[in-house]
Write a protein that binds this ligand. Structure first.
Ligand code: HEC
Ligand code: HEC
Length: 264
């Protein structure tokens, strides 16, 4: 077959593909517009959609029973942290809620959307409806408890990224020492090498604060503020929310200091 014929054939296949895709999307759109579907049924549909996604994209690491014991989990730090999350244990690192509480649905969705650098891939390409569906499935199938719907983090207005200044970084540096961060993260933020364990008795290292690109909870000012306010449950990284009650603006000084450690 000549090259030209092959490319015409390929083109034809491509067109058919695009047409079917467009059709299936049209189908999705029309089913979404059915306002007469009772809410409960719609949720069941969403959970069923999420179940399919889970079987395709998550089961290898998180396991059929959601206990973090999928086939590939054998290769993910078998003796050290992190191992794939056991959803049935109901312990989550990345939350907008107090230590010990379950995450919001939007917290689960953020983790799934962004992934965890070097550990879990981002599933951004599933689109928001797919991300939401698989999060709903985790809640229904494995967590089996209602999720909180309100954040417990207190935000103060007119602070945050806008107040970044050299003075703020210096105030943050003083706080870093005063609050004992260096005890785990070291004077220079690179860690102390101290032997720490997580709730599963697995060896865990305090993250190297100069390598912000490895942060699992995100690297924006708001992300780091959230990490400090809620802690990372299941790890030695505590919540400092109580410390900052009534002086939330000081938490931003600490955020600015952490970001100043970033390796250039
Ligand atoms: C390559 C393996 C891998 C795949 C695939 C994977 N995960 Fe994970 N996931 C992990 C690991 C490892 C952790 C634990 C990370 C940690 O504790 O820092 C985790 C943690 C999580 C957490 C908990 C975060 C928290 O707050 O503690 C959620 C939620 C999650 N995964 C959802 C999913 C969903 C949904 C999918 C599929 C769409 C998925 N994961 C696919 C490895 C994976
Ligand atoms: C008892 C030890 C300990 C103390 C004290 C501690 N941390 Fe941590 N911190 C950890 C550990 C362990 C991790 C890594 C958790 C993980 O791997 O998920 C961590 C992770 C972090 C992260 C990265 C979160 C992410 O997105 O992955 C930041 C930022 C951080 N700590 C800041 C601080 C600051 C600021 C202080 C002081 C106010 C502090 N830590 C005090 C142990 C500690």
């Amino acid at each position: 077959m000549s090259r030209q014929k092959i490319s015409i054939l390929l083109m034809a296949f491509f067109m058919i593909g695009v047409a079917t895709l467009a059709q299936s999307q049209e189908h999705d759109m029309s089913s979404m517009n059915h306002t007469d579907i009772p809410m409960k049924e719609a949720n069941e549909m969403e959970v069923a959609h999420g179940k399919g996604i889970y079987a395709m994209s998550c089961v290898y690491c998180h396991g059929i029973s959601g206990k973090g014991d999928g086939a590939a989990s054998m290769f993910i730090g078998p003796y050290s942290h992190p191992r794939p999350n056991d959803f049935t244990a109901r312990i989550f690192k990345f939350r907008s809620t107090e230590s010990g509480q379950l995450p919001l649905l939007t917290d689960l969705m953020r983790t799934i959307r962004e992934g965890i650098p070097g550990i879990m891939p981002s599933f951004r390409n599933m689109g928001e409806s797919g991300i939401r569906a698989v999060a709903a499935y985790l809640q229904k199938e494995f967590i089996q408890r209602p999720l909180p719907t309100k954040t417990t983090i207190k935000y103060v207005e007119h602070v945050g990224p806008y107040t970044y200044s050299v003075e703020s970084v210096y105030r943050g540096m003083a706080l870093y020492r005063e609050m004992g961060c260096a005890g785990c993260h070291g004077q220079d933020g690179k860690g102390t090498g101290e032997h720490l364990t997580d709730q599963r008795e697995l060896r865990i290292h305090p993250i190297d604060l100069t390598r912000t690109e490895t942060f699992g909870n995100g690297v924006s000012h708001e992300d780091i503020y959230r990490t400090l306010m809620t802690g990372l449950d299941g790890t030695p990284m505590p919540s400092f929310g109580d410390f900052f009650i009534g002086q939330e603006d000081r938490a931003w000084d600490l955020v600015h200091y952490i970001l100043s450690l970033r390796e250039k």
